[in-house]
Design a protein around this ligand. Structure first.
Ligand code: ADP
Ligand code: GLC
Length: 493
């Protein structure tokens, strides 16, 4: 059994902007079942404090002259112990965890997450007298990147694992910020936190963690190439013996079409015909022509370039010429929101665009749709295509990252051998997007084959069982690597 401190900047159901929250809300409970003693560390945003009834005060201190208190609570449902970094100056404000009301990054993000990291370091080194010390510190994304960098400066320390959920977000700030944060001068180095003259939070994880992983095997290979590496491919290649990919699992209780609290007509493989009731109800609710026979394409996404918005918008006129309905739920870049809304206002019979973050609707749309659109230009793992598979909603995806690891394109061979479960767009162009959708709509008319694909999709195991085992093994490797490094550098353990 290991003690694991799991660092995350979002956590479902307390605060969520994307897939990291889902992973943080479901992997630690799965690891707990495998005997790991987990503690989650999360900033105490106002949304989080609203969820928590009676937090217990564990410790208090001052970081960068800001008052910080550490509270303890439990993750709803699973009960995993969750520690909240309560620093009103950094986290108690309206807006998102990373951006303000205008969609701009908070001006003091470096300070906010440096505070978060310093608290993690103090817990890791047992400086807060919590009567609990981790064997492993497991960081996620740039917001926890300083932790491995700071911990490796100490002789006796926990092992570190750093998980990359998205290399495109790196936490880059100017040199003055490095000075203002009073970080150790020896970390300012191209092999350290410096990235072409800037301070890079994510490099702290990539350069110094005992082990690094990403959230799918394919993305772990892709980020070694310039196309996906965002300038970090050289460092990652240098550390490739420490890098691996573990496919995300899903919370199979929250995302279960047989037992989904948001669905009007729950269904499974045994009563698949019920699925279309969800379609007609949603058509009714959103004011689309009610027709169980018309194929419905759904999309739920952050509206950012990564998610393939460019090729969707370029192909929108042709897409709307197809005999299908399209519903898009999302929020993100304002220019995408405006363009999509504009298209919807001109085609109200075929296209609905709902701008905003809407959890119940995301479940209803997964259940209602026949096809799920996810033409991402890169996708570290992607959870929505996995939710879609579980809901018998065939994904239409690019063959990148976790999409390539989960979706098997329907062609003569894969249909025959029973592995087909979706459709793969060969290149990032609207021509290929449209051709793939066309192919999918033709197959939709072959009811028996379509149903076979749905059953293949719904019948696979997407739970955390296998992947949580891989994380447990990785924790052991991280500890062994730390010990080897210490031995090589002549340090005592
Ligand atoms: P990413 O983390 O890159 O956004 P993922 O597919 O891993 O992509 O995870 C996205 C998660 O966020 C899914 O659970 C998805 O349902 C959810 N999501 C994204 N946008 C919305 C939205 N507008 N409303 C509700 N849920 C959303
Ligand atoms: C990131 C990635 C997404 C992944 C999620 C959870 O947000 O963009 O592909 O599924 O993290 O790991």
């Amino acid at each position: 059994m290991n003690n694991v401190l799991y660092l995350t900047s979002e956590l479902f159901p307390l605060i969520k902007t994307g897939g990291l929250a889902d992973v943080a809300g479901s992997l630690p409970p799965a690891l707990t079942k495998l005997g790991q003693e987990m503690r989650i560390l999360l900033p105490a945003y106002p949304e989080v404090m609203r969820w928590i009834k009676q937090p217990t005060l564990l410790a208090s201190g001052s970081y960068y002259n800001q008052e910080v208190r550490l509270f303890e609570t439990h993750l709803p449902e699973s009960g995993v112990i969750t520690w909240l970094v309560h620093c009103p100056a950094a986290f108690d404000r309206p807006g998102g965890p990373y951006i303000d009301g205008n969609g701009e990054p908070w001006h003091d993000n470096a300070l906010r997450f440096a505070i978060f990291c310093l608290v993690a370091v103090d817990i890791a080194l047992n400086r807060l007298n919590l009567n609990w010390q981790p064997d492993i510190v497991h960081g996620n994304d740039w917001q926890s990147g300083l932790v491995p960098a700071l911990l490796q400066l100490h002789q006796s320390r926990p092992a570190t694992l750093f998980t990359i959920h998205n290399l495109a977000y790196q936490g880059l700030f100017d040199y003055q910020t490095f000075l203002d944060l009073n970080l150790p001068a020896r970390l300012w180095h191209p092999d350290g936190l410096e990235f072409y003259g800037q301070l890079s939070f994510i490099k702290g994880g990539l350069a110094f963690a005992d082990r690094i992983n990403t959230v799918s095997p394919t993305y772990a290979r892709e980020i070694l190439q310039p196309e996906f590496g965002y300038g970090l491919e050289g460092l990652l290649r240098h550390r490739r013996d420490r890098l691996s990919g573990i496919l995300n699992g899903i919370d199979s209780k929250v995302w279960n079409p047989q037992n989904d609290k948001y669905l009007q007509a729950p269904y499974g493989i045994q009563n698949l015909q019920q699925k279309s009731i969800n379609k007609t109800r949603l058509q009714q609710q959103l004011g689309l022509p009610v027709d169980a026979g018309v194929p419905l394409i759904g999309m739920i996404s952050r509206l950012v370039e990564q998610k393939g918005l460019e090729i969707i918008l370029q192909g929108m006129a042709d897409l709307l010429a197809m005999p299908a309905q399209l519903i898009i739920v999302g929020t993100g870049d304002i220019h995408y929101e405006l363009q999509l809304t504009e298209w919807a206002s001109r085609h109200p019979e075929q296209l609905k665009v709902i701008i905003g973050y809407n959890e119940p609707l995301s479940h209803r749309l997964e259940a209602a749709s026949d096809l799920f659109l996810m033409p991402s230009s890169f996708e570290p793992c992607g959870l929505n295509q996995i939710y879609s598979l579980r809901y018998g909603t065939l994904p239409v995806v690019r063959n990148v990252g976790g999409l390539a690891d989960t979706v098997v394109d329907a062609n003569t061979r894969t249909i025959k051998n029973g592995t087909a479960n979706g459709f793969v767009i060969p290149t990032q162009t609207s021509a290929d997007l449209l051709a793939t959708l066309q192919r999918a709509l033709e197959l939709y008319l072959q009811t028996d084959t379509w149903q076979q694909l749905q059953i293949t999709a719904m019948g696979s195991d997407y739970s955390w069982n296998a992947s949580a085992e891989h994380y447990r093994a990785l924790y052991h490797q991280a500890m062994a690597d730390r010990d080897n490094t210490a031995r090589q550098s002549g340090r005592f353990l």
